[in-house]
Every structure is written in C-alpha cells, then in structure tokens.
Design a protein around this ligand. Structure first.
Ligand code: GLN
Length: 193
C-alpha cells in the first residue's frame, strides 16, 4: 500500500493523514528533508499559503519540493496547497513550487461567502456529487493546455484540476467523510505507473 507524506508545517494535515490511513495507506508527517525519503506521493494541506511557503523556506524544503513537483512526483495540493502548486498567482500570493500550469486567485470569494459548501459534479469520481467545503478558498482563473479541469462551480469557475501527476483542489476533501478524492489520488495519480 502507498506511503503518502503529508506536509505538516501548518494547516489541517492531521485530517489528510486520517483519510489516507483509513484507506489502508501510511501517511507520515513531512517537516524535514529526510522525511521525503521513501514516499510514493505527497499531500500539501490547506492552511495559510503565505505561512506555509515561509516555513518551507526556513525548513529547507522549498527547493527539494520544487524539484519533486516539477519532476513528475505525485503531489496533491488542497486549498492553500493548490496555491503553492500554481505557476501564476494574484499579487497577494508568494510564488512557491510553480509546478502546475494554472493561474490562481487567493481568497476569491468575498467576505459574505468567505466559507461555503456546495455539491459538485466531478465526473472522474463517478455519478454522486461530491460535497465540497470551501474555506477562504482560492479559484483557478486560467489553465494551460496540459491541465484537465476536474470540477467547476455552477458559474463555470474551475475548482479542481489535474496535470499529469499534479492534482489541485480549491476545497477540502479531507473535511468530509467522502474519501473518493483521496482514493482517486492513490489509484489514478500516484499509482499511474
Ligand atoms: N486563504 C488561504 C490562503 O490564501 C487558503 C485557505 C485554506 O487553505 N483553507 O492561503
């Protein structure tokens, strides 16, 4: 079974670990360079992207993670993690891994709808809609030619995407009991030999 590291510098890494373990995987916390050894994939959780990128730099993880994400290693970023994967950010963002050919706008929903939940159609997960929790969420504003959009809001805004072995979701699949996104990452992104 797969070993999926969960970046544990800040944010809701514990919830991701629980889902991976529930699915039979191992989910070590990643805080230092040596924690990257032996992983089959990596999850970058939600949290505060500007804090996470600073901590990545001070823990000497920024360059190694840029190399992994840019070099075909499976990485899934949720919410802040999606911001960290993006090649292009709005002016408030700090460039981090710059691996995925998407343009992302942070805190894209005004204060009124700061956080919300919505049922999304996600064809790669099958028919039943996926209940998505958005918390001060970013959106995808632009996608490059290699990027496959996996889910959109009703107005067409992309909120989940994949580019080869990189997966990005603007919302938090680790906060609901539905583990289909984690399963998708394990079965179709990590194990896609
Ligand atoms: N608003 C946060 C940021 O810009 C992301 C929020 C989240 O991860 N839930 O970093």
């Amino acid at each position: 079974m797969a070993t999926i590291g969960v970046l544990a510098l800040q944010g809701d890494f514990r919830e991701h670990r629980e889902v991976i373990e529930r699915l039979g995987g191992t989910a070590p916390e990643v805080r230092h360079l040596q924690d990257l050894a032996g992983l089959d994939g990596l999850i970058i959780p939600g949290g505060e992207s500007t804090a996470i990128v600073r901590l990545m730099a001070s823990s000497h993880l920024l360059e190694p993670l840029r190399e992994l994400a840019g070099g075909g290693f499976p990485v899934w970023g949720t919410c802040a993690g999606m911001i960290l994967l993006a090649k292009r950010l709005d002016a408030t963002g700090i460039p981090a891994l710059e691996a995925m050919d998407i343009g992302v706008r942070r805190n894209a929903f005004g204060r009124q709808v700061d956080s919300f939940e919505v049922d999304l159609r996600v064809p790669v997960l099958g028919d039943p809609p996926f209940h998505a929790v958005f918390i001060r969420a970013p959106v995808i504003e632009a996608v490059g030619p290699e990027v496959e959009v996996l889910a959109r809001l009703a107005d067409g805004t992309p909120v989940a995407a994949r580019q080869g072995r990189l997966l990005a979701t603007a919302f938090h699949p680790e906060l609901t009991p539905d583990s289909r996104f984690h399963r998708f990452f394990l079965d179709h992104v990590v194990r896609r030999a």
